[in-house]
Design a protein around this ligand. Structure first.
Ligand SMILES: Nc1nc2c(ncn2[C@@H]2O[C@H](COP(=O)(O)OP(=O)(O)OP(=O)(O)O)[C@@H](O)[C@H]2O)c(=O)[nH]1
Ligand SMILES: [Mg+2]
Length: 314
């Protein structure tokens, strides 16, 4: 199929939702033509503000995101990328009652997209930044990424955001120490959601103690208490995100964007190199080398050297 990126991009810019969905799918799948689309979108990208929302399954991330969308809309068009945990462990349906953000689907200035963390080429770590780049180039001023903080790739994706919101619920204090430390590392803002339940104050105290251990850091993550289901604390949450945004300032923001851009380049270089190598030595030979790695006949590093050696003209 012939894809005219210009036509799709201008249709999407003009508010054509089907064109927009088509573009995101192409970019997510890294389909033929995706690179041309991204290269074109890149010319207009670089100004979106990216907020990441992460936390354990069912803590209320989608409900909170829905509320954040409402707050963020005043700054311009908002896009949400909800990475669905379609891992074999959760099957994508941890909870029967998980919230699908449906409230805004009819609005012109809000675009909500679910993305499977399984299936996308290169996984969520590679597909999400591509989608962010595209939506940024299409004029979405605010981009919110929701991921379940279970896998490292999912955490990495939101950690690359301008502001990372980590959501916990009462009782979190009983959790595994290492998991807690990992989330503390990436959090710019903490949310204790489901504060209508018992133990919220204890969880806040627990967080305060952990944050104090990391005292002296340039930015101390604030703790916001919310009841996402009825909207309590959502304005405070958005205000905390904006305070962090101001803290980053022009310089901090530019540094974050540069870091994301370089990461995209490095990933693209690795992926395009692998594709080039496969095409050059032939799929059969490439798979043979991969099979040697799988069977432990070759270590991965020597295998990569073997591949490079075979690319050189004999
Ligand atoms: N009691 C209470 N329930 C809440 C609150 N916020 C969300 N919930 C409920 O918790 C359940 C899960 O909410 P979601 O927003 O889907 O949580 P999630 O973190 O996005 O879930 P996954 O994406 O499946 O990991 C839903 O039944 C919500 O209605 C809250 O503040 N208090
Ligand atoms: Mg959710």
């Amino acid at each position: 199929m012939v894809i005219d990126p210009e036509a799709l991009l201008s249709a999407a810019r003009g508010g054509n939702r089907r064109a927009l969905a088509r573009l995101v799918t192409l970019v997510e799948d890294d389909a033929a033509g995706a690179r041309r689309i991204l290269a074109r979108a890149d010319q207009d990208a670089g100004t979106a503000y990216v907020t990441g929302v992460t936390g354990a399954p069912g803590v209320g991330k989608s409900t909170l995101t829905d509320g954040i969308v409402e707050q963020a809309r005043s700054s311009g068009p908002v896009a949400v990328i909800a990475v669905d945990p379609s891992s074999p462990f959760t099957g994508g349906a941890v909870l029967g009652d998980r919230v699908r953000m449906g409230r805004h689907t009819e609005a012109d200035d809000v675009y909500i997209r679910s993305m499977a963390s399984r299936g996308a080429l290169g996984g969520v770590a590679s597909a999400t930044p591509r989608a962010v780049e595209l939506l940024d180039g299409l004029g979405f001023r605010e981009i919110i990424i929701e991921t379940v903080g279970v896998g490292q790739a999912e955490v990495d994706v939101v950690a690359a955001a301008d502001t990372t919101v980590v959501v916990v619920t009462p009782g979190w204090g009983d959790g595994v120490q290492a998991a807690k430390a990992g989330l503390l590392e990436v959090a710019d803002v903490f949310v204790v959601n489901k504060a209508d339940r018992e133990g919220a104050a204890a969880t806040v105290a627990d967080l305060q103690q952990m944050i104090a251990l990391g005292a002296g850091r340039e930015w101390e993550p604030p703790i916001v208490t919310t009841v996402a289901r009825d909207g309590t604390g959502l304005a405070e949450l958005w205000s905390a995100v904006e305070t962090h945004r101001r803290h980053l300032g022009e310089e901090g923001l530019a540094a974050k964007r540069t870091m994301r851009r370089i990461e995209i380049f490095e990933r693209a270089a690795a992926e395009q190199f692998a594709a080039h190598a496969r095409a050059t030595v032939g799929a059969a030979r490439y798979d043979e080398i991969a099979a040697d790695v799988r069977s432990r006949r070759l270590d991965p590093w020597t295998a990569a050297d073997v591949l490079i050696a075979e690319l050189r003209p004999q």
